[in-house]
Write a protein that binds this ligand. Structure first.
Ligand code: N01
Length: 534
């Protein structure tokens, strides 16, 4: 017998978990969210490295479910920094009185479905044992860091930091020799900040990334007023964009139908606008390699313009995968940082890291001494957090086994054989290829509506049917294969984790089509899902 009975357990108290809790509690359910961190905020609680900020304009990266919240919160910058984002999420927790139903510093260890009762039994690392009808995995897409598997890392005598779990008190690098491993978004945001303090920064780059300028700055009074007056329309406009980002302003025109002058003008315009808007310049950039090359060459030209040393510029220019097929980075002064005297770049694809030494790091060719090493090596994306929990569905089948060949879901929301278990922004949904705030709101609302529907009809269990799931997984793959995305060794494909099955995990068919599919299923009495009466 479980010690306690609830209607729903939510795993995680980040952007998804907070709203899910608010929503389900508002429907009269008894709910508790369990959160491993010592505070709410998820991604924004953990990733406190210098320079951490959102890469979608703050106004777009906000909840819209409550007018009062939307009206009272004023973002101070175009791209909010991590401390401001964390303040926002704490404000949400307070404003909606969510804390009383959140248990912090508690990790859900297992969830097992009891078929006779149609209930989940959830056990945590602090000894909680709960029986709940529903479990909602609000566990985040990028919440489990990549394992630190550098030989000798534990023997390093200096300070070691991970961007994904940065010390809350911050780090002072003044006068220090710092090695940074990795050149993904986390590194690209933090390197310029670390370089401003440190005596020297050595960046170890295995694969160069494409990065575009954020053109960040303070939000003006006029911008705030404009947003307040038009935010509902702006959200509608964002929802009509494939990536759920209004700023992208996707065009239907093909790059290959434009003249070189027209393309150059469009790319310059997008570069000046900043952020992901470059991706919207033409419709064929992620579909056609020749079209993609035109945009990639444009960015390469920018790198050559900014970085004064031609050999360093060459090393920083991606060559092995099309633009956008690894998550585009949005930076403030990244390339320019390599013009500083105190910054150097090591290409570890040519001179691989052998091991960490007590004094620093050794590559095949050279020995480096450091006072601090920063690991910015990424995450076990999309499935990492779910696989970390021991989840057993019907017949005791483990989710890990059901997903051994890659994640399988219907609409990224549910998985066959795991009734009443919902996933917020799960694999097979637009998730990381979408404005996360928008994707999360859509999922939370779909899940809450589904639970309300079940309550009104005395339905005991819902789960994806195997047939609908097979069809959706095939569709997710088919759409991905129509694009250039599978050509990169990206975390979208699980390529960054040794042994992880290579499956394109997010849905790239675009948010509008995806939402249509979710809405159609719901309005056809959850077609594609099997419902069992209580
Ligand atoms: O992680 P990454 P991240 N030896 O996986 C390198 C979101 N995010 O934390 O490419 C040497 O992108 C690895 O090299 P390679 C965003 O969605 C958003 O930076 O595998 N190098 C790569 O360079 C983003 O995409 C923001 O060859 C090793 C780096 O480490 C996602 O999170 C900010 C290595 C990892 O890059 C992940 O970003 C930050 C090894 N053994 C993050 N292992 C915003 O702006 C790995 N690497 C909102």
């Amino acid at each position: 017998m479980a010690a306690e009975t609830l209607d729903a357990v939510i795993v995680g108290a980040g952007f998804s978990g907070l709203y899910m809790l608010h929503k389900l509690r508002g429907q009269g359910l008894s709910v508790r969210a369990y959160e491993a961190g010592a505070g709410v905020g998820g991604t924004w609680f953990w990733n406190r490295y210098p320079g951490a900020r959102v890469d979608i304009e703050s106004q777009e990266y906000s909840y819209t479910f409550d007018d009062g919240l939307a009206d009272e919160w004023e973002w101070s910058e175009r791209y909010a920094s991590q401390p401001e984002l964390l303040r926002y999420l704490n404000h949400v927790a307070d404003r909606f009185d969510l804390r009383k139903d959140i248990q912090l510093e508690t990790r859900v260890e297992s969830a097992a479905f009891d078929e006779s009762a149609n209930r989940w039994r959830i056990v945590t690392d602090t000894g909680d044992d709960i029986s709940a009808k529903f479990v909602v995995m609000a566990t985040g897409c990028l919440s489990v860091p990549q394992e630190l598997n550098f030989e000798g890392a534990e023997r390093f005598k200096g300070e070691s930091y991970r961007t994904s779990s940065w010390p809350h008190e911050g780090v002072d690098f003044t006068g220090k020799r710092v090695g940074v491993i990795g050149t993904g978004s986390s590194a690209i945001q933090s390197i310029p900040e670390i370089a401003r303090q440190a005596a020297h920064v050595t960046v170890f780059q295995r694969t160069p990334n494409y990065s575009v300028p954020a053109h960040n700055g303070p939000t003006t009074k006029e911008q705030l007023a404009d947003w307040r007056a038009n935010r509902k329309r702006y959200r509608e406009e964002a929802m009509a964009q494939g990536f759920g980002v209004r700023q992208i302003d996707g065009q239907e025109r093909m790059a290959l139908d434009a003249t070189p002058e027209e393309r150059a003008a469009a790319y310059e315009d997008r570069w000046a606008r900043g952020g992901f808007s470059l991706g919207g310049a033409f419709a064929d950039i992620v579909l056609n390699k020749e079209a993609n090359d035109t945009a990639a060459e444009f960015v390469a030209g920018k790198i050559r313009q900014i970085v004064k040393d031609p050999a360093t510029a060459e090393k920083l220019t991606p060559k092995t995968y099309p633009l956008f097929t690894k998550r585009l980075c949005v930076d403030t002064g990244y390339y320019d940082t390599f013009n500083r005297e105190n910054v150097s770049l090591v290409d570890v694809s040519a001179d691989p890291i052998q091991n960490v030494t007590p004094d620093g790091l050794r590559t095949k060719e050279k020995e480096f001494s450091f006072d601090a090493i920063v690991y910015a090596i990424g995450f076990d994306a999309m499935t990492g957090a779910l696989n970390k929990i021991d989840i057993a569905g019907r017949g005791g089948v483990k989710l890990k086994d059901a997903w051994a060949e890659g994640p399988r879901t219907h609409l990224g929301l549910m998985t066959a054989g795991f009734p009443n278990m919902f996933i917020v922004t799960g694999p097979g949904s637009p998730s990381v290829l979408c404005n996360m705030a928008l994707a999360i709101e859509q999922h939370v609302e779909w899940i809450a509506d589904c639970i309300a529907y079940m309550g009104a009809r005395q339905i005991g269990a819902i789960e994806a049917t195997a047939a609908a799931q097979d069809a959706w997984v095939a569709h997710v793959n088919e759409v991905a294969n129509m694009t250039l995305y599978p050509q990169a060794n990206s975390w979208y494909l699980g390529a960054n984790i040794p042994g992880k099955p290579r499956v394109f995990m997010p849905y790239i068919g675009g948010f509008p089509l995806y939402k249509q599919a979710c809405d159609a299923a719901a309005s056809a009495d959850y077609e594609g899902f099997a419902l069992t009466r209580s």
